[in-house]
Design a binder for this molecule. Structure first.
Ligand SMILES: [Zn+2]
Length: 392
């Protein structure tokens, strides 16, 4: 019989083998709210004058400084200083110096988060809403707390999510696993978010015997480096009405992903026991755990082998050296939990919609930066998105 070993008597080996190895590997530790350093407070943002709020947001990189930049409207002239324009209701605007253009450009022009139109809230209030969004306030609460129109709240919430999606899709391809001399531990697993029955609704589509479409994603992450979480939307086969789930990733979908992310990266690759992951890939040692209970015959008796979520394994590296690792998919399992907790799925975020993908990408961004100050990170994100628009 296999007994669970009390933690106090874990073997010496167990204690000596770290869960995450490799350069920059830090044990995961969520950001505790009271430790989050918020550079700006709500009273400070609300009390700022029109000039001050622009300066604050420029300093925090949430607005770009258009002074001296090429005019984004004509592409020829240069924009002047930000000046209050009496004949434009005293709004602060840059002006293009090209003779044929002479247009005014607002500091908020093309900004991915803030907007300006006749009914937009003041920049101060929009900044407060952003601050609330980044602190994790649900948007129904923000509407009540700050007494702003719920459309304005929704706009900021949705702008932040769209911007994150853009950013994540731009940055994700630059992620590299391992890359140090130590073999790194990388985990992968799939998650299912929603399903759609194509025969529901006024115009049934597709094959009536297999009408169910799944929203399934595959996640890969290196232990100890949350910023390496990459997500790929899978296209599982259409399923029967009563199918319990889409099943594991198929080999045809896994192969290109394995080659893209893992080939020759020198990684110990941890998964559950799904067959597709057994694919041989150069530079990858596969390590898997069995999540189901299994029965085995020992001396004619049926014996229960309990599921093993974490255990020590020894692998032989191509160099002939032996490497002890901890098996298991704790990190990617927790990443999926983290993302699902943040989805707050609305009725419209259904399988196959862009909205659901946007929400998943936005939660992926949250996971990348779960240990960072979100206000400062959002500034970096805005600068990244605006870098192509802002030409000197
Ligand atoms: Zn111009």
């Amino acid at each position: 019989m296999v007994l669970k070993r009390p933690s106090a008597t874990k073997t010496k080996d167990w204690k000596n083998v770290p869960y995450a190895r490799g350069k920059n590997a830090t044990p995961g530790r969520g950001l505790r709210r009271e430790q989050a350093k918020w550079k700006r407070t709500v009273p400070e943002l609300l009390a700022a004058s029109d000039v001050e709020i622009v300066n604050i947001l420029r300093e925090d990189k949430l607005l770009v400084d258009w002074t001296g930049a090429t005019c984004p409207i004509c592409g020829r002239g240069t924009l002047g200083e930000l000046v209050a324009r009496p004949h434009k209701g005293n709004r602060l605007l840059h002006r293009c110096d090209a003779k044929c253009c002479q247009r005014y450009v607002s500091p908020v022009y093309l900004n991915p988060i803030f907007s300006e139109h006749s009914r937009a809230e003041s920049l101060q209030k929009q900044a407060v809403l952003l601050r609330a969004k980044l602190a994790g306030t649900p948007h129904a609460n923000a509407h009540v707390m700050f007494g702003v129109n719920h459309k304005a709240v929704e706009r900021i919430w949705s702008n932040v999510e769209q911007a994150r999606r853009m950013y994540v899709e731009d940055v994700e391809p630059t992620i590299e696993y391992s890359g140090s001399k130590v073999w790194a531990d990388v985990e992968a697993d799939e998650a299912t978010f929603d399903k759609l029955d194509m025969t529901d609704g006024p115009e049934p589509l597709g094959d009536p015997t297999h009408p169910v479409m799944w929203e399934q994603w595959l996640g890969i992450v290196q232990r100890g480096r949350p910023r390496t979480l990459t997500l790929t939307r899978l296209c599982p086969e259409m399923a029967e009405k009563r199918a319990p789930g889409p099943g594991a990733v198929r080999k045809v979908e896994w192969k290109p992903l394995a080659e893209r992310w893992l080939e020759d990266r020198d990684v110990v690759f941890h998964t559950d026991s799904a067959r597709s992951y057994k694919l041989r890939v150069p530079g990858v040692i596969h390590d898997f755990v069995v999540h189901q209970k299994k029965y085995k015959k020992v001396g004619g008796k049926r014996v229960l082998i309990p599921p093993r979520y974490v255990e020590l394994q020894t692998h032989v590296l191509p160099s002939g050296k032996h490497l002890k690792v901890k098996s298991g998919t704790q990190i990617i399992d927790r990443a999926w939990r983290f993302i699902k907790d943040r989805l707050h799925r609305s009725a419209t975020a259904k399988a196959g919609t862009k909205l659901l993908a946007t929400k998943i990408r936005s939660a992926q961004y949250d996971y990348w930066h779960k240990d960072d100050g979100m206000w400062a990170e959002t500034g970096e994100m805005v600068q990244h998105i605006m870098r192509d628009v802002l030409v000197a």
